[in-house]
Design a protein around this ligand. Structure first.
Ligand code: GRG
Length: 265
């Protein structure tokens, strides 16, 4: 059963933004060789992201039946399978990094620690907990930002910082990558709310309008559509501005930042 569920998952890939970000940050700081070296970490972060979507779709969480244009895993199989696949993907992520002998021991420890922190109580899981608590409550903009910084932003920031670890970034570069991650992570989430209103389920590959219908605060609900979009674009410009002094090795990263905000799904 688990292997059929894994085949089902691999037939419906998402946009793979986090692995692309990680590899682009590795290239920006360590060139071509670092991009190649980053492949295990890139795969690992996508596994964590995929696990989070599977668990988020479960009836006890967001209870959704459509993801990446197909029935969610617990609908196509059953809840026990979806829980186990999520758990297994999470463990596999750390195994991939820990067993990559092309990376130094120091890099592996740094990568595992960064990914674990961003996924756990101080990151994605903590944000998901706050998000569940906030259902049916009207939040302030700052409260919404705090939830999304943890739930969505932490993993996006980790992708950039992990790329820096593989690329042997210096402390200044690492700080810049972290700051870029915070800005683009928030912009990405705001655009998610914008396209959730503008788009339909067929384009999104997931149920459109779900958050507002479930009584959740959204950026569009709190700010209005145009202000939300303008805020996201402003954050994107700020993120890009942080990379002004970076050379052509950062071009792939710049292009990805644009892709994260100029999207319709
Ligand atoms: C269950 C521990 C746990 C956490 C779930 C990430 C998350 C936390 C929930 C997902 C809810 C959601 C739809 C958030 C909006 C932003 C987001 C993460 C969108 C999905 O990411 P994409 O667009 O998806 O990169 P693809 O399918 O392209 O990989």
């Amino acid at each position: 059963m688990l292997s059929s569920a894994l085949s089902y998952l691999s037939a419906s890939r998402g946009k793979r933004l986090r692995p692309q970000l990680l590899q682009a940050a590795a290239r920006a700081t360590g060139g071509d060789a670092a991009d190649t070296l980053a492949s295990s970490s890139a795969e690992a972060i996508e596994l964590i992201h995929t696990y989070s979507l599977i668990h988020d779709d479960l009836p006890a969480m967001d209870d959704d039946d459509l993801r990446r244009g197909r029935p969610t895993l617990h609908v196509a199989f059953d809840e026990a399978t979806a829980i186990l696949v999520g758990d297994g993907l999470q463990a596999k992520a750390f195994e991939l990094i820990g067993s990559d002998d092309q990376l130094s021991a120091e890099q592996r420890v740094g990568l595992v620690t960064c990914l674990a922190k961003a996924s756990g109580f101080d990151g994605m899981v903590g944000g998901q907990g706050l998000d569940i608590e906030a259902t049916e409550k009207t939040l302030t903009l700052d409260q919404l930002k705090e939830i999304h910084a943890l739930k969505t932003g932490a993993l996006i920031t980790a992708a950039l910082v992990m790329g820096g670890i593989v690329g042997l970034a210096n402390p200044t570069q690492k700080n810049t990558l972290e700051a870029v991650g915070e800005k683009i992570g928030l912009a990405f989430q705001i655009i998610d709310d914008v396209i959730d209103v503008r788009s339909d389920s067929a384009t999104l590959g997931k149920t459109a309008g779900k958050d507002a219908a479930a009584g959740k605060s959204t950026y569009v609900g709190l700010m209005g559509l145009e202000a939300a979009e303008a805020t996201a674009m402003g954050l994107y410009e700020e993120a890009l501005g942080l990379l002004t002094d970076w050379g052509s090795d950062a071009d792939a990263l710049r292009q990805l930042l644009a892709k994260m905000v100029k999207r319709d799904r």
